[in-house]
Design a protein around this ligand. Structure first.
Ligand code: AQP
Length: 388
């Protein structure tokens, strides 16, 4: 009997680890909170292009809601994460331009610099300083199982960092991206992090980094704060051209995404050209079987004033015998009402005071973030033995 159990031991351990991880993940996720005194909200976005509908529905809309509902005493920190952007090759003039454009876009969606601190990640040295300290205890095995570096390099999900294929293209910065992301969150002692569903795995890693650090250097006391994830109600928004992949700034096909700066005309053209399927010319919601049609229904539902679900919208269309073309016209109409006003505000912010307004907003946000990060770094350095 004993030898059989010992053979099963690795499997049992693995099952227990998976169960523990699922339980801890469920405990660390919420769909909405009302920020109150003591809450610290942090989130980031890469300056790798103009934000699209996926960024908006998966993250930015939630950032604005949290800001608008925050009670006095809540800290709101939103970072344009330029150090993350350079984990893939970037042209320097383009990166400089994208940083400013992202700042203008965040203001255009409704972030208010009087209430939210908006700053470039590279303006706050604490982010990279804490990253180094965390990377001294981060597990290569855990990082190797992360999916983002594989999807960025178009590698299979089961590839390991030591496989020949991965070694040929994988850079250390891209591999250790989740450690920097953990540092971004932990250096600000964020209690809550609003992100899209695609970031779930990284947030779990950040919690693990905080717990490990507290265990190693603080005898279990809360030197670093394990953050809770606030998942946006909008699921992952998919590419309009390949609806099995997520909508992304770096997709080479510009027709795959709706930018927050697109004109009404551009929006209509992209939606009318969206890939659906030839299963039927009627509308039905089936995320696995009909990803293109379901993505359009989800976009519509995300803006529906009556709050109807994608299933309810599909049922409503089927009753009226709506075709896929009718669905596209409907989705385009909804988006044309919502998106172009954001683009107009974006252009006004870019030009305000000859561009100086954006510099001032960033400098103010960075000053708050530098002071906030410095408090954590003092605690961390003392705990590790780097300072007295
Ligand atoms: N398609 C999506 N659906 C829902 N949420 C999304 N987010 C991104 N794409 C979708 C959320 O947007 C926030 C900022 O993301 P990011 O720019 O930091 O990085 P990303 O997730 O890698 O976004 P992109 O657009 O795909 O950028 P590139 O092409 O540069 O990698 C995050 O909260 C993310 O969840």
């Amino acid at each position: 009997m004993a030898p059989r159990i010992s053979r099963l031991r690795p499997l049992l351990d693995q099952i227990q680890r998976t169960q523990r991880r699922a339980a801890s993940q469920a405990a660390s996720e919420v769909s909405a909170i009302r920020p109150e005194n003591g809450t610290v909200i942090f989130s980031g976005i890469q300056p790798t292009g103009i934000p699209h509908l996926g960024n908006y529905l998966g993250a930015l809309q939630n950032w604005k809601r949290l800001q608008n509902e925050a009670e006095p005493g809540t800290k709101l920190l939103y970072s344009i994460v330029d150090l993350h952007a350079i984990t893939l090759p970037q042209q320097a003039p383009m990166l400089r331009q994208w940083k400013r454009e992202m700042l203008a876009a965040l203001l255009a969606v409704g972030l208010d610099p009087e209430r939210s601190s908006i700053f470039y990640q590279s303006s706050v040295p604490g982010h990279s300083e804490l990253m180094w300290i965390l990377s001294c205890t981060a597990s290569m095995g855990y990082l190797s199982r992360m999916t983002q570096w594989k999807s960025k390099l178009h590698l299979a999900d089961d590839v390991s960092a030591l496989d020949e294929k991965a070694k040929a293209s994988l850079k250390l910065g891209l591999f250790s991206y989740p450690v920097l992301q953990a540092a971004d969150i932990l250096v600000h002692r964020a209690t809550h992090v609003p992100v899209g569903e695609d970031q779930r795995q990284h947030l779990e890693f950040a919690r693990e980094c905080a717990t490990n650090f507290n265990h190693t250097f603080g005898a279990g006391s809360r030197l670093l704060v394990p953050p809770e994830t606030i998942l946006s109600p909008a699921k992952r928004i998919m590419s309009l051209q390949t609806p099995t992949s997520k909508m992304s700034k770096s997709d080479t096909d510009p027709r795959s995404r709706i930018l927050l700066t697109d004109s009404a005309d551009e929006i209509r053209k992209k939606i009318m050209a969206a890939k659906t399927d030839s299963a039927a010319n009627a509308v039905s919601y089936d995320r696995t079987g009909r990803p293109g049609v379901s993505n359009l229904l989800e976009l519509w539902a995300s803006f529906d004033a009556a709050g109807r679900s994608p299933e309810a919208l599909a049922a409503g269309m089927a009753e009226g015998k709506g075709s896929l073309k009718d669905l596209k016209v409907q989705v385009a109409d909804v988006l044309v009402e919502e998106i172009p006003p954001i683009g107009e505000r974006y252009r006004a912010f870019l030009e305000r005071d000859g561009g100086r307004y954006l510099d001032e907003v960033e400098a103010r946000g960075a000053a708050v973030a530098i002071a906030n990060a410095a408090e954590t770094m003092e605690i961390v350095k003392r705990a590790v033995g780097l300072s007295n």
